[in-house]
Structure formats: C-alpha cells, structure tokens
Design a protein around this ligand. Structure first.
Ligand code: NAD
Ligand code: ZN
Ligand code: ZN
Length: 347
C-alpha cells in the first residue's frame, strides 16, 4: 500500500510503498478514509537526530478515520464496514489514568513504549491503518469522515482545554484565542461559542486569518503583534481575558497570553512552540493559573463528536490526495492552510 512517511531526520515527508498490514489478535484494520495534517508533525520533523524518540521511517498521521476492513481474533464490538474515528493518544488501558479514559496521560505508556499512531507507531496517512484495540475507535455513524477527522485532535485538544476553563467562562467573561485561524484555533473559537456565553477575542497574524476567525464566530479580532495584549485589555475595560488559549506557544505568543490574562484567569498553553511563562508572586496577575495540557480523554472525544452531531461545528478543510501530502505539509509550514488540511488516501 501507499503511505506518507518521515524517513530520516531532516528530510521532507515522502510517499512510498510499504507492505499491507494485517490485524493480529485484538487488532482492527481500517481502510483509511481521511487523515488530518497537524502542525505537531512539523515540530517533530524539526527535532534533532540526537534523542529523537521514534523509530524511522515512520508513517505519519495522528488524526485518522476509516472503515473497518478486517478484525483480528478476539475483537468484539466493531464490524466490517463500520465508519469510525480513531482516538489517538493510546495508553495501556489499565492504569488509574486509563481507567478514567485519560489515556493521553497513561502512567505506563512511556515505560511500555506505547505510542500514538503517527507519533511512534505507523499512522493514518496510508491506505490502511492498524489500530491496537477496538476501544480506540469511536463510531462516526452519519458524520462525514473528511470534515470530522480533524476533531480527533484539532477538536479534542481544544475541547479538553476549554472544558477545564468552563467555570471561569461565565456570562460577561472574555476568552482570548491565540492562533485562532489554525487547525486547532478555528475549532476552539467554535467550541467557545457553542459551550459558553463568553465574548471571544481572536488573535492571529494576518487580516485574512482574522477574517476566518470572524467567520467561525469570533466577536472581536486583534492582530497578534507586540501591541496585542494591550488591545485585549482595551477591549475588556482594562481587566483582561478570563481564559487565554495559546495555540501557538512560541515566546511572543506566550508573553501575550500572560500579559492579557485577568486576575484569576486561566492561561492554557497548547501550542508546542517552546515558549514558557514564569509563575510566582507578581509574575502574572493575582491567582492566574497556567497549564500546558496534552490532547484529551476518550470520553471527551465522544463528547466532541456528539457536539458535531448537533451541527455546532463547521470544520474548514482543504483536501489532498495521498500523493499530494508532501505539498499539504509544505503549505502548513508556510502558514498557507485555511483550517485543516486533510489527506484522502482513497483518491
Ligand atoms: P496551524 O498551523 O494550523 O495553526 C497555527 C495558527 O497560529 C495559524 O493560524 C497561524 O497563522 C497562527 N500563528 C502563528 N504565529 C502566531 C502568533 N505569533 N500569534 C498569533 N497567531 C499565530 O497549527 P495547528 O495544527 O492548529 O497546531 C497549533 C499548535 O498546537 C502547534 O504548536 C501544535 O504542535 C500544537 N498542538 C498541541 C497539542 C497538545 O496536545 N498540546 C495537540 C495538537 C497540536
Ligand atoms: Zn496533533
Ligand atoms: Zn495507562
């Protein structure tokens, strides 16, 4: 089968032919209908050879959806032909975190070398994907796999972040979203609109991107430069935002996030750009809570898909054939993708 692989450190992704996978006991084979392109892959492909955590070559793609093509011995609960989405942050399934469905925080995954598909294990950017366990599949039913597949990461990750801050997003509050036109950001704006009555202030780097943020529901937009935090404060009568979500995570955006946070605000750093925020008396406004979460739980993925079923989420996608995946990555790297790029291995 064809697969999109990261083959050696420092190289660009390539379309290659690899052996067709076969499901072993307990495993499920999916014929991939759609695979999302996440900016984290670009970060991974910029990591140095020293300490690189995954075996190469590696098939990319940690947002996957497909139809069940075959099941291994002992698999129950899914049948051939089912349309499913893949929960990506695989865990051991048994530790206290996994027992709560928080496989993203599995206590044993690192020790057991359990990796997500596309981030250590062969991923979804291929004609077929092997899933380790049926519990990592969520039925899609009538949901369109192409417009739904980004919800497995670009939806689930901001959903988890927003859900943590719901108690602070009361009527009259303000939420700021940095990187609001990106894959995660443009879903975050919609989640905030669907789940809260907060005023949503979107920050991104060009007028065109701010236009997308408005189209998906942002009340206000601010160009993300060194004056951005001041603009957010102006828009909030000097108080700042009650929750700030940073989907970029570079030092300038993290600085903006801290500088526009209100007293008792949550600052959630989702982007993996390496920026850090000092915490200590006087470093931020009083009682600001800073966190850096990773992905979301199995239960939260089910919730995001239920929300999608209500029609509340309009994921903007650009689609590409499998052979075009390297071009999708190049466009994402250049900041040219509108919403989420999605690869269609079927054609
Ligand atoms: P993306 O490229 O689709 O979106 C990034 C957006 O940020 C773009 O709209 C871009 O114009 C904007 N941007 C860039 N620099 C900016 C700045 N200084 N100020 C404001 N906006 C700026 O990326 P994505 O796939 O949505 O991923 C977003 C980030 O989240 C990446 O760092 C990714 O690695 C990370 N991520 C983290 C998790 C997690 O679990 N923590 C999960 C998925 C993705
Ligand atoms: Zn991702
Ligand atoms: Zn576990």
């Amino acid at each position: 089968m064809k697969a999109v692989q990261y083959r050696e450190v420092g190289s660009a992704p390539e379309v290659v032919t690899v052996p067709d996978p076969e499901p072993g006991p307990g495993q499920v084979l999916l014929k991939v209908s759609a695979a999302g392109v996440c900016h984290s892959d670009i970060a991974v492909m910029e990591w140095p050879a020293e300490g690189f955590p995954y075996e190469l070559p590696m098939t990319l793609g940690h947002e996957g959806a497909g139809t069940v093509a075959a099941v291994g011995d002992g698999v129950a609960g899914v049948a051939e032909g089912d349309s499913v989405a893949v929960y990506g942050p695989w865990g051991c399934g048994r530790c206290p975190k996994c027992a709560e469905g928080k496989e993203n925080y599995c206590l044993r995954a690192a020790g057991l070398r359990i990796f997500p598909p596309g981030l250590g294990r062969p991923g979804a950017m291929a004609e077929y994907l092997l899933v380790d366990d049926a519990r990592h599949l969520v039925p899609l039913g009538d949901l369109d796999p192409v417009r739904t597949v980004p919800l497995t990461d670009a939806g689930l990750t901001p959903y988890h972040a927003v859900k943590r801050s719901l108690p602070k997003l009361t009527p009259g509050s303000t939420a700021a979203v940095i990187g609001a036109a990106g894959g995660l950001g443009h879903v975050a704006v919609q989640l905030l609109r669907a789940l809260t009555s907060a005023r949503v202030v979107a920050l991104d780097v060009t007028e065109e991107k701010l236009e997308l943020a408005r189209a998906v529901g942002a009340h206000e937009t601010v160009l993300s430069d060194e004056h951005a935090a001041g603009r957010v404060r102006e828009l909030t009568g000097g108080l700042g935002a009650d929750a700030v979500f940073d989907f970029v995570g570079v030092q300038p955006s993290v600085d903006t996030a801290g500088a526009c946070a209100a007293v008792e605000a949550d600052v959630t750093i989702v982007g993996i750009g390496g920026g850090t925020l000092p915490v200590g008396f006087g470093a931020q406004a009083y009682e600001v809570c800073v966190s850096a979460p990773y992905w979301g739980s199995r239960g939260e993925l089910t919730e995001v898909l239920e929300l999608a079923r209500t029609g509340a989420l309009d994921v903007h996608v650009e689609t590409y054939a499998l052979d075009e995946a390297p071009r999708a990555y190049a466009r994402l790297h250049a900041g040219e993708v509108r919403g989420r790029a999605v690869i269609l291995p079927g054609g």
